[in-house]
Design a protein. Sequence first.
Length: 177
Amino acid sequence: MTTWTWDDVNTALQQGTVAQSIQWDENYGSMENPEESKVVGQMRYAPVPSYGDPVSHYGGSSLGIPTSSKNKEAAFLFIQWATSKDIQLRGVGKGSSPTRMSVYTVQELRDKYPSFAATDEAAATTGWRPRIPEWDDMVETLALEINSVVAGAKDVKSALDTSAAKVDELLKSGGYK
């Protein structure tokens, strides 16, 4: 469905009404939770297929401290707590993706969550999103243009040409050549 959110897709997967999807790895727990899912033990996980260079990437949800923060020390302490191994272990399967590779090595969790093997495979060949302020606007530009193709409002070439022009404009305005 062209109007579904990530949550809608996740629910459809849990109910077994769709066969496959590209999802973030924090959704694995809900697939294997018998209180939420009709497909427990039936799901298989794999990195996103590619035709050349890997397409898995780092750079989703992150923790940071704004330079304008009035509580930098407290924010830093929170980040240390939130990313500690104990807290990471408690979040597994509850909508949280571990940020520590050591959490992915816990055998009990590997047995419970078969998605961990796919996460290992993806992590071995992943790359970072560009770390530039314009990135979010670039992604939004491309997403809107792709959605216009899916909705039948534009053809692929037109949407990609528009995306390329807008991204070039964003990069030039950011001082990139």
